[in-house]
Design a protein around this ligand. Sequence first.
Ligand code: SF4
Length: 328
Amino acid sequence: MLDEQDVTELLQLRGKDQEELFAQARAKRLEAFGSEVVVRGVTEITNQCRVNCEFCPMRRDNTRENSDFRLQSELLIDTAASVKASGINVVFFQAGEIPQTTRVVGEAIPGIRRLYDDNVEILLNLGNKRRSEYEYLREQGATSYILKFETSDPRMNEQMRHETLESRLKCLQDLLDLGYRVGTGSIVGLPGQDVASVARDLLFARDLGVHMCSVAPFIPAPNTPLANHPAGDVELALNAIAVSRLLGPEWLVPAVSALSKRAGEGQYRGLMAGANVITVNFTPDEQRDRYLIYGRDRFVVKRDYASRMIARTGLKPRGSVFLEPTTV
Ligand code: SF4
């Protein structure tokens, strides 16, 4: 079993050794998933947030300057219909952390399930909530939930998020207890982080017993305390993706859009490093520019781009792995 020293060394491989690491990760993916990449359709439902993460332009301190929006349940069902029309059966809702999303999403889920005759994965990323809220969303028909710990270093976590790591871990445990398929993940390139710390994040994720894990390079965003901090190293993030595949061969590991924003076709390289998920954006145009996840000029993945990129890797798109196998 890989330990911190092994992972730290793997993360630093470059050149030919790095290519070998990627090839090993692809072989593990092939064993676990065949030649398929899961395609998700995300809708961002609000840019309001009560948390004040140092790296995020939607942080609480920016609420007044940001032009805020919050989609209502009917619009969520409409966007899910567009996701379905694109042949995607993972309907993903993502939002800043505010209590109101529980009701808005909860009321939309049954209608979306009807739209799909129940052959749909409802994936949520709505932040920390009370256990009773997770329970309600599960009862409404949610399948899966992503809650990233960002960094497993408790002190760094509190400095970056102004919340305790413990509170996030309690939520992750609640989600696992309630039968969600759970995703987590970390950021590469935070201030004060070294390669060993990135290695510990990956091992920490392995020990959580989750089903999905992501790694994204840090992107400095304007109007945040970290606006002038250098961006995360894409090569390190790619190696972290490959190591994630070795640590959790059965994990869903996304090729996140932050890779493309940082390095041209970084998402393609993410897939070549062992990732097996691409997320297509379905947020209505009017709101999308206000969801400032990496600042205003973030890279938005459209259906055609995702299809082209998957085809280039020689892989095939597929639907949810948490339902009966279906091809998109
Ligand atoms: S990263 Fe998420 S929780 Fe943190 S401020 Fe941004 S939207 Fe809120």
